[in-house]
Design a protein around this ligand. Structure first.
Ligand SMILES: Nc1nc2c(ncn2[C@@H]2O[C@H](COP(=O)(O)OP(=O)(O)OP(=O)(O)O)[C@@H](O)[C@H]2O)c(=O)[nH]1
Length: 595
């Protein structure tokens, strides 16, 4: 049932999104006036928002109170010691009284041991559903959904769970002889419906819901850390803080437009424009750092792209197999065994990594036959492409061979593009391990590839015959992995703006999702338009904003454009938290619940 609202004169704007949430914006606080609405409403949360200085806007989320009560098995289906059935909605008390008859209602938030009975007949040994269950009651509004919540922690046998799930909707019908009892609607929850209600009742915002989706799908330690950070509301608080700053800045500009002719300001209009531009510029720097962190966070979420590059027979496939601990790639003495890119996803030290083993790069005549055939050429082309698309490049160099110019060229190209490079000098079991010999290799690599000495490790993939086999870290593979992990840490660490006193706050920005990043970029582009409009105003002919404002065709028009850009930027931020008027809410909920 949809709420209908009789327009009140004081209502400035009413918007609705598809899932029952109506947002009414009032010009003044509507206390005492809500009875004018056709439909009984509650105001679960009110947020005062600053509008232009001469108005005060108040947003209220107004929603339908006659939601049916929903219930669902909250633990995984199947046999288990315990199963949790969660119920949310106005019928919690009624359900309790029917399923746990003649027992006192549990104290809120305290577990009570109860016998559960079928509501279809008076309690008896025949109608007993579970002999000992823990029952918890959480009264609204401070609950997971914002509604009354009842939980049954029952024995996890499938038949018990089935019987209790079947008994709950029966509680909707009042028992014979009690016609006065309210007849609530009770139904099984749709996928994600508890979370939808949490959102509708302001218990969760959109970034928190996105993080919840990620928490449930996190498979590596870094993904877990990332998603857990996002489940707090601090990201949304930051977006809201920025939005309020933009609204205030817009208010100052609009005051300039509305009152410039008949009011005196402490600052001249040109000073005011410049100071607003200054505030926005600082905000831009913060949002830019946040966007950069969101990109880094995406590496944790979707995995770091690593490419294995080197000449044929350098030992790329052998190293891949040593890293992942199984024979994912074919290893052979024959040069050119790997022809296409072999992709493997693996968890390395908590990081999700997508490693691509590729064809060896070579210049005709330097290594192998003089002619490079069409298949090999295609393999080399793909390898180069995969290298420049990677986040980290592992260069495998055979210690018994010279560096191939084709490898050197591609690596230098990647270094210039800002791609992190680590080098593994392989097959050291076959060469002298004197410190002079190793240092000579390091110097050669450093001078040719322009990378730091810390990124170079000597390894041997031939564990069994290696002279290093007796050591704790045969072949130095762990040493190499440590250097790789350092690189991962570096490229996924949060960027903290210089002015920021608390770096820990910025770690949370790694949790910003791709949707949030895209909206922040959109916000930045509106702020870019604002800054250029303000610059035009300040630089108007005669270089005096006072005069410019006296000539509406120049200064005022720019200020109006600038104020509009600020409005668009603020609206974009509202869309991130899902409190804007767009369809983002449905889209995000759809994506999260699909998973
Ligand atoms: N002695 C020694 N041999 C190694 C080592 N690593 C790899 N090899 C051998 O070198 C040969 C080539 O190894 P691969 O791992 O197939 O080399 P690749 O770089 O993947 O070769 P392509 O697929 O041809 O590009 C195989 O015979 C390996 O057993 C090592 O550390 N020491």
């Amino acid at each position: 049932m949809r709420a209908s609202i009789r327009p009140l004169r004081r209502i400035h704007q009413i918007s609705s999104n598809k899932h029952r949430l109506l947002t009414a914006t009032f010009v003044r606080p509507p206390f005492g006036r809500l009875h004018g609405l056709h439909y009984p409403v509650v105001i679960p949360n009110s947020q005062r928002t600053l509008g232009p200085p001469h108005t005060r806007l108040y947003h209220y989320d107004v929603f339908n109170r006659e939601d049916p009560t929903i219930y669902a098995l909250s633990t995984a289906p199947g046999r288990a010691a315990i199963a949790v059935i969660r119920i949310s909605g106005p019928a919690c008390r009624q359900i309790y009284q029917r399923i746990c008859p003649s027992t006192p209602f549990p104290k809120p938030r305290y577990a009570a041991l109860r016998k559960l009975y079928s509501p279809s007949a008076p309690p008896s040994p025949d109608t007993l559903l579970d002999s000992g269950a823990l029952v918890l009651y959480f009264p609204r509004p401070n609950t997971v959904t914002g509604e009354d919540v009842l939980e049954f922690h029952v024995h996890g046998g499938p038949a018990i769970v089935r019987a209790i799930l079947a008994a709950i909707p029966e509680c909707a019908r009042p028992p014979n002889g009690t016609p006065s009892q309210a007849n609530h609607r009770i139904r099984y929850a749709e996928p994600g419906e508890f979370t939808r209600r949490a959102f509708a009742n302001n218990r969760m915002d959109l970034p928190q819901i996105e993080s919840l989706g990620e928490t449930l799908s996190a498979s590596t330690e870094q993904q877990r850390k990332l998603s857990v950070r996002g489940t707090t509301s601090s990201l949304s608080a930051r977006y809201e803080h920025w939005r309020v700053q933009l609204l205030q800045a817009r208010g100052e500009l609009e005051a300039l437009i509305d009152f410039s002719e008949d009011q005196h300001f402490d600052e001249s209009p040109v000073q005011l424009c410049a100071s607003v531009a200054d505030q926005v510029q600082k905000l831009v720097a913060q949002i830019e750092a946040h966007v950069a962190n969101a990109v880094r966070g995406e590496l944790l979420r979707s995995g770091i792209n690593v490419a294995l590059l080197g000449a044929p027979n350098a030992g790329k496939s052998s190293l891949l197999n040593r890293i992942i601990g199984r024979e994912a790639a074919i290893v052979s003495q024959e040069a050119g065994t790997t022809r296409d890119v072999v992709e493997v996803s693996v968890d390395i030290g908590g990081w999700l990594v997508k490693i691509g083993d590729m064809a060896g790069l070579r210049r005709a005549g330097v290594v192998g036959p003089d002619v490079i055939g069409a298949v090999e050429q295609e393999g080399i082309k793909r390898a180069k492409q995969r290298a420049i698309e990677s986040d980290v490049l592992i260069v495998v160099q055979d210690a018994t061979a010279e560096m191939d110019p084709e490898v050197t060229k591609t690596v230098k190209q990647c270094v210039d593009m800002g791609i992190q490079v680590v080098v593994a000098i392989n097959k050291i079991d076959e060469v002298s391990q004197s410190s002079t010999a190793l240092q000579a290799w390091k110097d050669k690599i450093q001078s040719r590839l322009d990378i730091s000495a810390d990124s170079i490790t000597f390894i041997s993939c031939k564990e069994a015959t290696s002279t290093l086999a007796a050591t704790k870290d045969p072949g130095n593979i762990q040493l190499f992995l440590n250097s790789l992990l350092e690189t991962f840490k570096e490229i996924t660490a949060a960027i903290v703006p210089e002015s920021e006193p608390d770096p820990s706050v910025w770690r949370e920005s790694l949790g910003a999702t791709e949707r949030q990043r895209a909206l922040l970029s959109e916000c930045l582009s509106h702020l870019g338009s604002f800054l250029s409009a303000v610059r035009d105003t300040i630089a108007a002919p005669h270089n005096q904003c006072t005069q410019a404002l006296d000539r509406p065709e120049v200064g005022e028009v720019d200020i109006v454009v600038a104020a509009e850009s600020l409005r668009l930027a603020a609206d974009t931020l509202a869309r991130i938290t899902g409190r804007g008027d767009s369809g983002d809410v449905e889209e995000v909920l759809g994506v999260v619940f699909e998973k």
